[in-house]
Design a protein around this ligand. Structure first.
Ligand SMILES: [Zn+2]
Length: 395
């Protein structure tokens, strides 16, 4: 049996006035998602365990079948796994955004967690500059994708740095930097490093919107069980974002390379679908992740989010559904909600729909937060979804 998980990052939402009290998913024209729900079953699952931050790292780990309570060490470590960084167990890995702040001071606010969605090429020059100016045997910067980079402190996991509570930059848009500066100052050399970085970025040769780094999501290197040994499936992931690739790599899955994936609404949908279908010729399981709906949720744009969901339906779900039809189990879901009015993630249980061999249809309604919520199937943990699907499809 073949399995494909289709993940529209951040698709879940709350009713919104722009859609006359419907959610973006309800307002969007999504005939193929709806077909999966109508020909299969719907339910909800709690991808973000109680007491954990509703991050994509936590939620996607759960959807891949690994309990975040047990395996999650931080956002940075997952992205380090994506890069294949060679780390020791007592190293501390930070996710290090390039961001735009109003000014680097107690009265400054976070203006943009992505520095204007800086391009990887420009970002790479800045990270290399920071490494040249500020890198030491204990401290190293590594280039990632777009605004998402890494900072590694050798041996830092056994020191106070590990406990600093710096908030994710996408959670503090237009909010004061003071609480986070307060946290960083608990380790004065760490605060000095961040301040020094802002001075380097203030040089005239930097023409981008990036005027500060923002280290957060730190933890020890990630160790996940092997996906094949755990679930008996030869699996692969396809995604533009490092954290999903990192989860896959840490679990020994194949990482499918696709040109032109951006993490935005203009991503290479066709290439992702082709890579996934090619893999399923010999493999058993693909986790196909698209970031765009989440980014549109962060922007707070109802029209863009609706459009991102419709594009996902038209360019991802439709060709997968048409190519695999009855031959594979298709799971359509999202990792978490990114409500338009919040412009950040929430911990609501996510809706999912599953169709394919062995799945007995029971809903007959379109995929939506509400319809999934009244289906009577509510998994208490996101990590239960994959085992549930395997068991249901095979029985
Ligand atoms: Zn997400």
């Amino acid at each position: 049996m073949k399995f494909i998980f289709l993940i529209a990052d951040g698709m879940g939402d709350w009713p919104h006035q722009a859609f006359d009290g419907k959610t973006a998913l309800e307002a969007a024209h999504t005939p193929f998602m709806d077909s999966i729900a109508k020909q299969g079953i719907m339910g909800t699952c709690q991808t973000v365990p109680q007491g954990m931050e509703p991050g994509s790292d936590v939620a996607n780990m759960a959807l891949l079948g690994f309990a975040p309570q047990k395996y999650h060490t931080g956002r940075g470590p997952i992205e380090a796994a994506a890069q294949g960084l060679n780390l020791d167990e007592n190293d501390l890995v930070w996710r290090c955004n390039l961001v735009s702040v109003s000014d680097f001071s107690q009265t400054g606010v976070m203006q943009d967690y992505s520095a204007g969605h800086i391009a990887t090429e420009q970002a790479a020059d800045l990270i290399a500059l920071l490494q040249r100016e500020l890198g030491t045997p204990q401290t190293a910067f590594y280039t990632g994708v777009q605004y998402r980079h890494l900072l590694v402190q050798k041996g830092g996991a056994d020191k106070g740095y590990a406990n600093l509570r710096v908030r994710p930059p996408h959670d503090i848009l237009e909010q004061s930097l003071a609480p986070d500066f307060g946290a960083m100052r608990e380790m004065p050399d760490f605060f000095e490093l961040v301040r020094a970085a802002s001075k380097v970025l203030a040089r005239p040769e930097n023409s981008t919107a990036a005027n500060s780094i923002w280290p957060w999501g730190q933890g020890r290197p990630l160790l996940l069980p092997n996906f094949f040994q755990t679930f008996g499936l030869r699996g692969a992931v396809v995604s533009a974002v490092d954290l999903v690739r990192g989860l896959g790599r840490a679990a020994g899955m194949e990482i499918l390379e696709v040109e032109g994936v951006t993490g935005l609404i203009d991503t290479n949908y066709d290439g992702k679908v082709r890579a996934a279908l090619d893999f399923l010729e010999h493999g058993d399981f693909v986790y196909l992740h698209v970031e765009a709906p989440d980014e549109c949720g962060h922007m707070g744009s109802p029209d863009l989010k609706k459009r991102a969901i419709e594009l996902f339906d038209e360019r991802v779900v439709a060709p997968v559904f048409q190519a695999l039809g009855e031959q594979a189990v298709i799971v359509m879901t999202c990792d978490h909600f990114t409500p338009l009015q919040e412009r950040t993630h929430t911990s609501d249980p996510v809706p999912f729909a599953v169709c394919g061999p062995g799945i007995v249809p029971d809903s007959g309604t379109a995929l939506s937060e509400k319809n999934a919520g009244v289906s009577g199937l509510a998994l208490e943990a996101g990590a239960e979804l994959l085992p549930y699907v395997l068991q249901t499809a095979r029985s």
